[in-house]
Design a protein around this ligand. Structure first.
Ligand SMILES: C[S@@+](CC[C@H](N)C(=O)[O-])C[C@H]1O[C@@H](n2cnc3c(N)ncnc32)[C@H](O)[C@@H]1O
Length: 528
């Protein structure tokens, strides 16, 4: 399957298909701020990353991050950087954008209007709207996407190359921004923000507030990745096409373009479909919208449906003058929201932690364990997303028992058991094995918890303060959420440890299966 990681000389590389990366295909992150990997008796359990797989696929190993990355003012983009993400463009720019949009019929006769709102810009209902009503219909010719790249002079320079779609679209965005008033997208570019509160734009000082978190290592990993793509594109495209890029394009410019795409592209428009959709991308997020259905579709319009449009609907009734909101992604954790969009939501289902479990190469049963994991759809490394208030992910205990299998239980790894062993591992194998999984996880939780610089209680106290700066609030919510999940995991395995004596293990089940033990544990052979 294109989704399964390929193995090359014993090393694993993420999928090279940018559309279908493994769910957690992340590059190893080697930031100086990251806690070292922790090896355990059963394998390595580390507690890092939560890298967004969509843009990281196909990238085997990023170079080390060049820290410090100095924030530099962006020259190309008029909207002023803000620590609150709430800066709005000038009235004149907004007027010009409205005019441009309606001249293309994208505002469906004025159902909704772009306006300044607390989240920056947003879409405000110009009249009462019913659930499902179309609020924007953006014709394809306004989209900034792979087809727009191909149709541009940039497309000719890129033809034959195999740039990732997001890199090509970013280059078009930067090229058009540099063309200023000459760009056909000028009214749109003028209203794009120069920054959001995404952690990719945080200063080193701000990043200190998330020390110890998975979000920090993810952020560093993403910046490393963007840097390496920039180095590549700078050497291969920008410097060789000075006619297209007469000015300098810096890493900060490229990061800006990455941040724009990351925060504005609708979930679902990936790979070749990646597109910036002016107007529709002004819609803000609300956690009050809980429907799983997407609020948008791409459809044909006009005679024989030949004109392709991006159609945005309101997911709920909206009164005239109120803002239209959608749900960006019910499945994103707060760390992912913080990284992608620069906000968090106080909703426990957004508090999550990704446990990375790994079969250690120094394990004497490494090959057998890897075979068994692979037979059951897992690999040398497995990622488990744990969510506050939810039970452990399926297969986590099974995989853990496999990692910890050894000693007198190792017979289960023999070829004879190959097809049945996974089933056996779904239930406790032995006291020693079950005790080992508890210790492995509890040690990992303790060590992860020791890397944060505040306690949950301190965070909660801070969150009660008024007028917290947006970035600080994000930092506190993410670090508190991660710690709560870690405490929850530790609690689960602490209780398990206390129950070890009362559990039923493999040997006992086996004797029952073959009818040698009664329900009360008596050995039927000798006792009546
Ligand atoms: C798709 S854009 C929406 C338009 C954007 N507000 C603007 O001014 O251009 C996504 C960005 O809007 C902001 N945003 C959207 N929903 C938000 C929310 N619920 N709270 C805070 N900021 C939000 C964030 O800056 C996010 O990166």
């Amino acid at each position: 399957s294109p989704n399964s990681p390929k193995r090359t000389n014993g090393r694993r590389l993420p999928s090279s298909n940018p559309n279908s990366p493994p769910r957690r295909a992340r590059p190893p992150v080697s930031s100086p701020l990251r806690a070292p990997r922790r090896r355990t008796m059963a394998g390595a359990v580390h507690h890092h990353h939560l890298l967004p797989p969509r843009l990281l696929s196909g990238y085997p190993q990023p170079p080390r991050l060049r820290l410090p990355l100095r924030p530099r003012p962006l020259r190309l983009h008029p909207r002023v950087a803000s620590a609150t993400a709430a800066s709005a463009p000038s009235d004149a720019a907004l007027q010009e954008f409205r005019r441009w949009i309606s001249s293309h019929g994208a505002d469906t006769g004025g159902a909704a209007s772009p306006a300044a709102v607390p989240e920056g810009l947003g879409l405000v209902a110009a009249r009462g709207l019913s659930r499902g009503e179309v609020v924007a219909e953006v014709p394809k010719k306004l989209w900034i996407d792979a087809d727009a790249v191909a149709a541009s002079d940039l497309g000719r320079a890129l033809s034959g190359g195999d740039l990732r779609p997001w890199v090509a679209v970013s280059l078009l965005l930067l090229r058009e921004a540099a063309r200023g008033a000459h760009s056909p997208w000028a009214p749109y570019l003028a209203i794009l923000p120069s920054q959001s509160d995404s952690t990719i734009f945080w200063s080193e000082e701000e990043l200190l507030e998330i020390q110890g978190t998975q979000l920090l290592s993810t952020t560093m990993g993403v910046k490393e990745y963007v840097q390496s793509e920039f180095d590549n594109v700078e050497a291969e495209i920008i410097s060789k096409n000075k006619d297209l890029f007469p000015g300098t394009i810096t890493f900060d410019d490229f990061l800006w373009a990455f941040g724009i795409l990351r925060s504005r592209v609708f979930t679902g428009l990936r790979g070749d479909k990646l597109a910036l959709i002016p107007l529709a991308d002004l819609v803000n997020h609300s956690d009050d919208i809980t429907s799983k259905e997407a609020s948008w579709e791409i459809k044909g319009k006009g005679l024989f449906g030949r004109d392709v449009v991006f159609s945005l609907r309101t997911p709920v009734d909206v009164k005239s003058g109120e803002q239209i909101y959608v749900q960006y992604d019910l499945d994103k954790s707060n760390a992912e929201l913080a990284l992608d969009y620069g906000f968090t939501k106080s909703n426990s289902s957004r508090d999550s932690y990704t446990l990375t479990l790994e079969i250690s190469e120094s394990d004497p049963f490494y090959d057998d364990k890897l075979d068994i994991a692979e037979l059951n759809g897992l690999g040398e490394t497995a990622y488990f997303d744990l969510v506050l208030g939810e039970s452990l992910p399926p297969q986590m205990l099974t995989y853990l028992r496999l990692l910890c299998l050894g000693g007198t239980d190792a017979f289960l790894l023999e070829a004879l058991f190959r097809n049945a062993v996974w089933g056996h591992l779904e239930l406790p194998v032995s006291f020693d094995n079950e005790e080992a999984i508890c210790q492995v996880i509890r040690n990992a939780c303790k060590s992860a918890l020791s890397a944060y610089h505040t306690t949950v209680e301190e965070d909660e106290e801070l969150l009660e303060r008024e007028n917290l700066q947006a970035r600080l609030q994000i930092a506190i919510e993410v670090r508190a959420g991660e710690k709560k999940v870690l405490q929850q995991i530790d609690g689960i395995f602490q209780r398990r440890e206390e129950e070890l004596d009362g559990l039923e293990y493999y040997q006992e089940r086996r004797l029952k299966d073959i009818g040698l033990v009664g329900d009360n544990g008596e050995i039927i052979f000798w006792e009546s």
